[in-house]
Design a protein around this ligand. Sequence first.
Ligand code: BES
Ligand code: MN
Ligand code: ZN
Length: 485
Amino acid sequence: MANLSNINLSNKKWNETGAGLLAVGVYQDKSFTVMAQVIDDSSGGTLSNAIEIGDVKGKNGESHLFYVNDLRVLLLGLGKKEKFNSNTARLVAGKASRVAIEKKIIDLAIECFCDNDDDCQAFGEGVVLGSYQFLDYKTKTKDLFELGSATVLGCENESVLKGASIANAVCLARDLSNHPGNFSTPTKLASTARDIAEEGGMKLTVFERKEFTEMGMGGLAGVAQGTDEPPKFIIMEYMNGGGEKPKVIVGKGLTFDSGGISIKPAGKMDEMKYDMCGSSVVLGVFKALASLKPKLNVVGIIPSTENLNGGKAYKPGDILKAYNGKTIEVLNTDAEGRLILADGLSYASKHYDPEYILDFATLTGAVLVALGHVATGVMGTDDVLMEKVKRSSESTGEKVWEFPLWPEFCKQVQSKIADVKNTGAPMQAGSIAGGAFLKEFVDDSIPWVHFDIAGTAWGAKPDSVNPKGSATGWGVRLVLDMMNA
Ligand code: BES
Ligand code: MN
Ligand code: ZN
């Protein structure tokens, strides 16, 4: 894991930290943050001179390096003062970590220029997210530089530290996802769940192939037929909320998706190591619960397997029976995510009395066609819950867009010979067909939202908090915000 695990708050003055890089800010109206002003005053106007010359404009995303009394000072553009929000705070803080790494400076000091809890939290998130690199498979020393520490100055708001914990959990989600299929196996997901459960005093249950097959989880059992890698059905319970109904999150843990007999083309098939990003959301959220210890009841469920083409592999035309008793005609073995989620959602509906269920899955290529790498497609059965999702989307900057689950679409997944089929109408509304299928496995009385993260879990345009060629950890922050963790 290559990211800052901790940051600390300090009330030291700008020239007392001993850090290799000190980051402060300037707005687009050319006004300085508190510490930038002090530095400017005590250095004969070094910073304001650069503004006068015209090099420093204070735009969001800008950064300029100065040398003041043997210190490196990084002046960060904060954009328009009236537009400054938690999103800006996160990106700007991330920029400071990024510059430190680029310049191979091991310790960063950064002034917090926020004045409320939300912005301070986002700022803490940014410092840690910006420090994230995936280096586990690099062996040359020159590639292995990591940021060692970050000291936050001029701020006593503990929300900064909460943000750092949340970002740490996002980085765990990224790491699990970035590791290839021969490392992030179902067994690895289960052992990670065990580590988190131990850290957070949670209950962990893992059903093996034989057990979940006998229990009637025909979806997961069917998909797992083609692989020798042991599949798992993982359940985590964080019960710290007294008598309240649990919130349940379900994540697709497909650790490699070849498509099965309906095999995928070779180009980009490697990216299907990311097909477990839904399970990363669940594990990331539980990692954060372990460190934040909020008063909540949360259950996490991860059906996990590879989708391969072994001699016992399930075939197009096969009919499977899910955990809730419904029969499924398999018309495409590459629509496997919904089959394993069918069991996860049925299990959640039967064994808990959830306040709501959220599921996260890299479910369809079609969502990428609709929304690109910009937003997650969401569908659900409850307007109040959907509003909550949208509010948290706004406040975390993790964008969602709602698709309708109209009856016309729900009809498209009905089968002629079984209860449902795992594909919708050919070439039409593919993401909605995925949602309409999943709806069949959620008890009607339980509010539920499905998140299709196939576009957002990786491949997003890189920025200061999202490195190039990495999983994003999309969803961890949104879920924690929804739960008021
Ligand atoms: N994991 C894929 C979805 C996917 C594809 C995510 C490309 C990201 C990029 C999923 O299991 C899948 O293959 N879905 C099929 C469904 C279809 C056969 C109904 C798809 O989207 O093509
Ligand atoms: Mn597939
Ligand atoms: Zn898949």
